[in-house]
Design a protein around this ligand. Structure first.
Ligand code: GLU
Length: 428
């Protein structure tokens, strides 16, 4: 048995096992070549760095950072960086693998990667945060690059962190390259080379995918209700986009608690509250409820937009929504999914529902490469086009293979990757 390292946890290992299990099922379904399956079952590179950072009080603290590069068969490695005390190797490996399927499904010319630093960003001053991000970037060195591996934000990180990464990378590189390598990260602020519409892209994309689904089943989104778990970047923007489509958000939950108001919770007002108080708890215009009540809310749409493993075997039997939109990565456990499907609940899987972020990351990367600036309408139109094309391909594959929507999504993604492996061959 391989020696267990201190940075591995059971939860992380279990998540990677889930990712492999989902992959194996889809590989069986499409009859993926065994050699390609063997390659894709493990990440290509697993980078772990430890680096010292001076705290404001003059003490020194060591931090552990990760970057797992799963596959670059379709293009440079791509994926976010998570800042959370729960970050560990198994979790990052699972998230990196999911990125490979997501970029392939969205048909953007990238591979899959994920990274993170195991720490709580809320416990640090801006100065400390900046030093942590810059030291991590320095420690990664040439493991990232504009045509090699391109990080982006994820839980706990944001546009400012991406700007610090970009600045560190540019300053460490040669003078002549400074201006044309800012696409080494995406999700930057607009002023430093970010794209309009990138901040809302993941939530907006989830709403586009939901609208597509409702169109398919000939149902009107107007007048429906939704429960959203997580009111960070994904949940907040998904709530706003759904509100524009006529959906009323009646339930919201996050790490501070859960709230409900049958008449609707205004996303703008809730955002004002969460940005001041750090979470939904204490929001005046709603009643506090129990988290289990949240998962059994009597709504049409349930959007898990927080962390992994939320719709579990225990919670799935209580879900009343008719459709689950996976804004988060891996929010539904394998058994939870079986129960939802048995109960006739539709799942719009993460690799489709939250692919809006990485799709607009691709637009940002393209704009940087061409020194161009797109308008918001152009970004939104293109995003809708990419996601609806992927959604159409999934529905076709779902019918053809008579399988779940997640398996169909994997089938589309794996067929694309399989074709490229077949044409390129396995070197040497
Ligand atoms: N972290 C996001 C995701 O999980 C975005 C990745 C990116 O833009 O590269 O899809």
């Amino acid at each position: 048995m391989p020696t267990r390292r201190s940075q591995d946890t059971d939860a992380g290992d279990a998540l990677f096992e889930t990712a492999v299990e989902q992959f194996d099922a889809a590989a069986d379904l499409i009859g993926l070549d065994d050699k390609i399956r063997t390659i894709l079952r493990s990440p290509k590179n697993e980078i772990i760095v430890s680096f010292p950072v001076e705290m404001d009080d003059g003490t020194l603290r060591m931090f552990r950072g990760y970057r797992v590069q799963h596959s670059d068969i379709l293009g440079p490695f791509k994926g976010g960086l998570r800042f959370s005390p729960d970050v560990d190797l198994g979790e990052v490996k699972a998230l990196a693998m999911w990125m490979t399927w997501k970029t392939s499904l969205a048909n953007v010319p990238f591979g899959g990667a994920k990274g993170g630093i195991a720490f709580n960003p809320r416990e640090h001053s801006d100065g400390e945060l900046q030093r942590i991000v810059r030291r991590f970037t320095h420690a990664l060195g040439s493991n990232i690059g504009p045509e090699h591996d391109i990080p982006a934000p994820d839980i706990g990180s944001n546009a400012q962190a991406m700007v610090w990464m970009m600045d560190t990378y540019l300053n460490a590189g040669g003078m002549g390259d400074r201006q044309n390598t800012r696409r080494v990260v995406t999700g930057k602020t607009i002023e430093t080379g970010g794209s309009v519409g990138r901040d809302k892209a993941t939530g907006q994309g989830a709403a586009f995918v939901l609208a597509h689904h409702f169109e398919q089943i000939n149902r009107d989104l107007r007048g429906t209700t939704a429960a959203i778990q997580g009111f960070g970047n994904v949940g907040e923007h998904c709530a706003r986009a759904m509100a524009r489509m006529g959906v009323t958000m009646t339930h919201v939950a996050d790490h501070t608690g859960a709230i409900m108001n049958g008449h609707g919770i205004d996303p703008e007002r809730l955002w004002e509250h969460t940005s001041r108080h750090g979470g939904v708890a204490g929001f005046g215009d709603a009643d506090e409820i129990d988290v289990e009540e949240f998962f059994s809310a009597d709504v049409d749409i349930l959007v898990p937009a927080a962390i992994e493993n939320q719709i579990t075997e225990e919670r799935a039997p209580n879900v009343k929504a008719s459709v689950v939109v996976e804004g988060a990565n891996g929010p539904t456990s394998v058994r939870g999914e079986e129960i939802l499907i048995d109960r006739g609940i539709e799942i719009l899987p993460d690799v489709l529902a939250n692919a809006g972020g990485v799709t607009v990351s691709y637009f940002e990367w393209l704009q940087n490469k061409m020194s161009a600036r797109w308008r918001l309408a152009q970004v939104d139109d293109e995003l809708r086009r990419y996601l609806w094309e992927a959604a159409d391909q999934i529905e076709e594959e779902k019918k053809r293979l008579a399988c779940s929507r997640r398996e169909a999504a994997y089938a589309v993604a794996l067929n694309r990757i399989g074709t490229v492996f077949a044409q390129r061959g396995i070197w040497p």
